[in-house]
Design a protein around this ligand. Structure first.
Ligand SMILES: Cc1ncc(COP(=O)(O)O)c(C=O)c1O
Length: 372
């Protein structure tokens, strides 16, 4: 049925927005009984003290949250040894990514990202009408510094990389980032979403390079993905300008309270991080025994090349039938890979048992072999 008025309204969408279809209203959420290992959450409970703070904050539900995230930024500055004007707080770090794209990119501009990387960036660039330069990692996921300095990224508005990287889980030495920031005149956006699972971080570089902006999140290592707390650390002038274009009351008061409380209970997560690193190693070994080729990871997930014969999407569908959700990245040249988040021991047992059953059934059934 044609609705002329609606067609008129839709034709008023910007050229960029018109390229994107409406999201179907019937999109189903994940089955409640599935083991969810597809978005790198951290399934452990919040420390009790943090939980109590959230409940107390709820009593102030009728008030607007604090303007400009003042106390949260102050707490983060104290925790990370920065000044408050070096800190911006976001409704998750993805809000801050969006802010950067809006602040820096006009139609026709370009932005560079180390690729494969966090694919949400591709959409953010598209929304700005910007060219998205995907720069391939060097050998063994090393940082191609020369190429970033002298190749097409030299004209990009900013260069983005995640360390550890998603979806590979790989980690580049902080000295390489130091070198890149020192030699480049571009803004370097360093996304440290997974850094608490890695051996080092780049925070010490913040006062050394005015062209370095570090993003952090409490979604992964601090088990607060649903609360939405992220930070950006950088030069006060850049941070101040970003704060100026941020949405009014971009975070809610529970996120403020939880964020501040997590900052003062970071030590309580030591066991959690130890557990995840242990399960990461155990899962890597077990997957290798099943014929997967697993990239050593410094994050809370593993990227694994599936055994030859079937591709990543086939494995994803087979695991889903066994109530286990994993991620695949066919648009990133990773057709033969799955990415599995590291959760509790029980979750990883369930994943490994499902993967074992599927491997076993492949040996006994003659399933159609897909081309690699
Ligand atoms: C590399 C990277 N950056 C940022 C994010 C966004 O995290 P959040 O918006 O939950 O802080 C993710 C989430 O998966 C990620 O993998």
């Amino acid at each position: 049925m044609s609705d002329a008025k609606l067609q008129g309204v839709l034709s008023a969408l910007s050229q960029t927005a018109r390229q994107l279809d409406a999201v179907p209203s019937s999109q189903a959420g994940p089955d409640a009984d599935c083991v969810k290992l597809d978005t790198n959450e951290n399934p452990f409970p919040l420390p009790i003290a943090v939980m109590r703070t959230a409940l107390t904050a709820l009593k102030r539900h009728y008030l607007y949250p604090e303007d400009d995230n003042f106390s949260l930024r102050e707490a983060a500055a104290n925790a990370y040894g920065l000044s408050q004007d070096q800190v911006i707080a976001g409704n998750g770090s993805s809000e801050l990514l969006g802010l950067l794209y809006r602040a820096f990119l006009a139609p026709g501009d370009s932005v560079a990202m180390m690729s494969p990387g966090f694919s949400f960036n591709r959409k953010l660039a598209m929304l700005q009408g910007a060219r998205f330069l995907e720069i391939g990692w060097g050998k063994a996921y090393s940082l191609p510094i020369e190429q970033l300095l002298l190749g097409p990224p030299k004209d990009a508005k900013f260069i983005l990389l995640a360390n550890p990287n998603n979806p590979s889980g790989t980690f580049v030495p902080v000295a390489d980032i130091d070198k890149l920031a020192a030699q480049s005149d571009r803004l370097i956006v360093l996304d440290e979403a997974y850094v608490d699972f890695a051996p080092d971080d780049a925070l010490r570089l913040i006062n050394r390079h005015s062209n370095l902006l570090i993003l952090r999140t409490f979604s992964k290592s601090y088990a607060a993905a649903g609360i939405r707390v992220g930070f950006g650390f950088g030069h006060p002038e850049l941070i101040g300008r970003l704060r100026n274009i941020q949405n009014l009351f971009n975070m809610n008061l529970i996120a403020h309270a939880v964020g501040i409380s997590i900052l003062s209970h970071r030590a309580a997560y030591a066991e959690n991080h130890k557990h995840i690193k242990h399960e990461r190693q155990r899962t890597m070994v077990a997957l290798s025994e099943l014929g997967f080729s697993v990239i050593p990871s410094y994050a809370n997930f593993l990227l694994a090349r599936v055994p030859s014969g079937q591709n990543g999407a086939w494995w994803q569908a087979s695991l889903k039938r066994q109530k286990v959700l994993v991620a695949v990245f066919p648009d990133d040249g990773l057709e033969n890979h799955i990415r599995v988040s590291i959760g509790t021991k029980a979750q990883m047992d369930k994943f490994l048992s499902a993967a074992g059953d599927i491997s076993e059934s492949l040996k006994t059934q003659r399933l159609p072999v897909t081309r690699r």
